[in-house]
Design a protein around this ligand. Structure first.
Ligand SMILES: *Cc1c(COP(=O)(O)O)cnc(C)c1O
Length: 348
């Protein structure tokens, strides 16, 4: 046990006056219709266990993405789906390849499931070149996982590059689309053509439901069956009755979802320009955050000063990205407060 190195999530604080731009939560709450769906769940429904495979929710997700329900798996957040995937597809089959920097849960799962981690460095400008993944020799049996768009950089890769990789690789290619709502081309359509492609998605970011814990995977039924076997060897009911109701309501409330996403994208554009005007380097983002380097590269110091001013952003002291900050996109007002704080701490 003491050999495990767990994931460290961004800080959560109870103080409501904090401007929280450190965990990529959606700044807009879910719509009234989603809240009403939770409120309308009857006591009789809570008395019973949920349906083990969340059939109604899987039907709704399948209809939304135009895939059959047997191509859909749901879980308690997409992190759970990633964990089940490591166990179902990656454990005992050779090294797993993923980009670095990227989502820091991947090496944690490698530790948990005792899978060798093989990292692919990003280009100097933080682009992910998918043709850098190894697809021959002993790499063939292993898995490949990457977020699209990538975190913490926000950069997206094109769908044809994903398809080319999936066609060359024998093992499972898992595309983590936690942020795809905000700009990347989805690989969901690929799941019909390439039996080794799995896409994981979440209700946490674009759909404003991080507190609900709901994620899903789309892939061909054979891979879905692999996830189901692992899940049913561990927990028959990872998705509760309230989450199923809210998830279905969210998928039906397309206008509210699109509206919030459009607002975040507009805020992202304005905020990126405002940082650039202050001499920051800002990567082009397809996500609900930006990755930015202050002109002096003093990211750690700046993050500390901003926290003192009640504004949380994310900083890693990992070499290569230690001069950068990942800043979630909040409301226009949140970003204005951040810019004012940046201006006042920078003039000290
Ligand atoms: C947020 C995030 C997830 C996890 O989402 P949950 O559904 O909340 O567990 C997975 N992958 C990446 C890259 C993320 O940023």
């Amino acid at each position: 046990m003491h050999r495990l190195t767990p994931y460290v999530p961004g800080e959560q604080r109870a103080d409501k006056n904090i401007v929280k731009l450190n965990t990529n939560e959606n700044p807009y709450p879910p719509s009234e219709r989603v809240l009403a769906a939770v409120a309308n769940v009857e006591g009789q429904a809570l008395r019973r266990y949920p349906t083990p495979e969340s059939d109604a929710l899987r039907e709704a997700i399948g209809a939304y993405h135009d895939v059959p329900a047997d191509h859909v798996f749901v879980g308690n957040g997409s992190d759970e789906i990633l964990a089940l995937s490591f166990q179902a597809f990656f454990r005992g089959r050779g090294a797993v390849q993923f980009p670095v920097p990227s989502y820091s849960f991947y090496p944690v799962y490698c530790g948990l499931y005792e899978v060798e981690a093989r990292s692919l460095a990003l280009d100097d400008d933080f682009c992910l070149a998918l043709d850098g993944f190894k697809v021959s020799g002993d790499a063939q049996a292993g898995g490949i996982i990457f977020p699209n768009p990538n975190a913490p950089t926000g950069r997206a890769v094109a769908l044809d590059a994903i398809e080319a990789l999936a066609r060359q690789h024998a093992g499972v290619v898992l595309v983590d689309e936690a942020y795809a709502d905000f700009g990347a081309e989805s690989a969901i359509a690929l799941c019909r053509r390439c039996p080794n492609v799995m896409v994981s998605r979440t209700f946490s970011k674009g759909r404003s439901l991080a507190g609900l814990r709901l994620g899903y995977a789309i892939a061909n039924p054979e891979l879905i069956d692999g996830l189901r076997r692992v899940k049913n060897s561990f927990n028959s009911y990872p998705v509760d009755v309230l989450a199923e109701a809210a998830g279905i309501a969210s998928l039906k409330d397309e206008d509210a979802y699109r509206d919030a996403v459009a607002r975040i994208i507009a805020t992202r554009t304005g905020f990126s320009q405002a940082l650039e005007a202050r001499g920051y380097s800002v990567l082009q983002s397809a996500a609900n955050f930006v990755f930015a380097r202050p002109p002096e590269g003093n990211a750690a110091d700046l993050a500390g000063r901003l926290a003192e001013a009640g504004i949380l952003v994310r900083h890693w002291s990992t070499p290569g990205i230690d001069e950068w900050l990942r800043i979630s996109i909040g409301t226009d007002e949140d970003m204005q407060r951040l810019l004012s704080a940046i201006d006042s701490v920078s003039s000290i």
